[in-house]
Write a protein that binds this ligand. Structure first.
Ligand code: GLN
Length: 483
């Protein structure tokens, strides 16, 4: 049996029925990391000893006949902007190269309480700013589907780790698409939950009103299993959702039973000039699958969708400029060795330790918030955000889910868009509006075009995760059955 090829659910079942021990499972994944990570660069740090110790504890519990949590013995990787006590949290930046958090993020506590095993921390675009994982201080991550390609970003390390069978499950963060786009590029399932469903306590913020912690898995069931373990109210996060939802992920139904009767909207605005023409035909095939499974599919209009990315850009950079102020060389992070005044200490520390993209966003965000420009940019963006939210609210009165391609372009080669930052940013045109409106969405594999994986985005209303999970389960089954 090739342990690293098993799904998370299979691993859990085999550990619970004693076919495998948690120690065997963890060792197999650590060996896989040793074998392949030099080529992929998915990890920034590995928790070898702690992971083996945690596995022993799970095995001990099994021996003693104790109850185990939903993640029993499953190896899990965390994006390196989720703080962990005992392992450094770098955010992919020189600024936090040696930073050790004194506490665990809430999601880390939840994983541990469900007997999940944290294997290590994954590579990312610096401070989660990016769409290709080429902007990490620790070097780019490669896409295991084809190592010439980028894995997408900014949670590209987590996506690559799952795709390369280094772990069956991983967490990422998604502010404008950073889980869904790498999931699409690495041919995986990725879920960005509704804003507030998963605690952000202990997650280094990019843009607080948009950030969500979410999951990567090889299939919908695994992703839903991971999500259900980290969803829930947290009093330490003031934006946490107070009601709980029971996520469904029962297997075994026929695809049609998940999808029959579902009402699906396809925004007519998705075929913008920026969208790869090959995606249109592909989407038509995808729609036929949903129809053949008994869904009713109609064209809808989201008239403000086309302003989503510009709105995201202004709001996110404004929040970024204020969040980044905490890295001042005094409280934590890199401190310049040479300075002759307090101002110089700030300036030199930040100049030395932030990469170009971080600096670019701090400058733009500060400009959008500055006196005289706040009205022209920031306030306008807030108004547009409301119009975008209204568009979605109207659509969700009549439809259960909305479908779009996850990314307007297919995975590209490393270095190819180096001098085209705007093209890279454009990959968020269908994902960023979802964050602006606080909705939930999944990217799910929907075949290949010319050898490149394609992701389908399934968007659901706030806290209607069950709709996207059911649609995902049905579609996944439909694809497998070759409908
Ligand atoms: N590509 C987007 C950006 O660079 C997404 C970021 C994210 O979701 N963390 O802003």
């Amino acid at each position: 049996m090739d342990i690293v090829k098993l799904s998370a659910l299979e691993i859990r079942e085999k550990i619970l029925n004693k076919e495998l021990s948690a120690t065997q499972v963890v060792k197999a994944h650590l060996d896989r990391i040793d074998e392949i990570d030099k080529d992929i660069n998915a990890f920034i740090s590995i928790n070898k000893e702690e992971a083996l110790k945690a596995a022993e504890q799970v095995d001990e519990k099994i021996k003693n006949g104790e109850d185990l949590g939903s993640l029993a013995g499953i190896p899990i990787a965390l994006k390196d902007n989720i703080v962990t006590r005992g392992t450094k949290t770098t955010c992919g930046s020189k600024m936090l190269e040696d930073f050790m958090s004194p506490y665990d993020a809430r999601v880390v506590e939840m994983i541990k309480s469900q007997d999940g095993i944290i294997i290590g921390k994954t590579n990312m675009d610096e401070f989660a700013m990016g769409s290709s994982n080429e902007r990490s201080y620790f070097g780019p991550t490669k896409n295991p589907v084809n190592t010439k390609l980028v894995p997408g970003g900014s949670s590209g390390g987590s996506a690559a780790a799952v795709k390369a069978n280094e772990v069956p499950l991983a967490l990422g963060t998604d502010t404008g698409g950073s889980i869904r786009q790498p999931a699409a590029y690495c041919d995986l399932v990725g879920i960005k939950p509704s804003y507030g469903l998963v605690s952000r306590y202990g997650v280094v913020p990019l843009a607080n009103t948009l950030d969500a912690v979410g999951v990567f898995g090889k299939n919908v069931t695994d992703a839903a299993l991971m999500l259900s373990a980290i969803a829930g109210y947290d009093e330490k996060d003031s934006t946490s959702y107070e009601n709980s939802i029971d996520l469904v992920f029962e297997k075994g139904l026929e695809p049609i039973e998940y999808i029959k009767g579902m009402k699906i909207g396809i925004p007519k605005e998705i075929y913008l000039d920026e969208v790869d023409k090959r995606l249109k035909d592909h989407m038509d095939k995808v729609i036929k699958i949903f129809e053949s499974l008994g869904a009713s599919v109609e064209e809808i209009s989201l008239p403000h969708l086309k302003y989503g990315l510009a709105t995201y850009h202004v709001i996110a950079t404004a929040e970024i400029s204020s969040n980044m102020a905490r890295f001042d060389g005094l409280r934590y992070g890199h401190r310049a060795k040479e300075y002759s005044s307090l101002d110089e200490l700030y300036t030199n520390s930040r100049t030395e330790a932030f990469g170009d993209e971080v600096k670019r966003r701090i400058l733009m965000g500060t400009y959008y918030l500055s006196m005289g420009h706040g009205r022209d940019y920031y306030e306008k963006a807030l108004k547009m955000r409301t119009l975008i939210i209204d568009d979605f609210n109207k659509a969700f009165k009549d439809y259960d889910i909305i479908l779009t391609p996850t990314s307007p372009i297919l995975p590209f080669e490393l270095g190819k868009l180096k001098d085209e930052p705007l093209t890279k940013d454009l990959t968020g045109i269908f994902t960023a509006p979802v964050n602006l409106a606080g909705l939930c969405a999944m990217s799910i594999p929907c075949g290949y075009i010319d050898g490149l994986p394609v992701g389908l985005q399934i968007i659901g209303d706030r806290f209607k995760e069950n709709n996207i999970i059911k649609a995902g389960l049905g579609f996944e089954g439909g694809m497998k059955n070759g409908i």
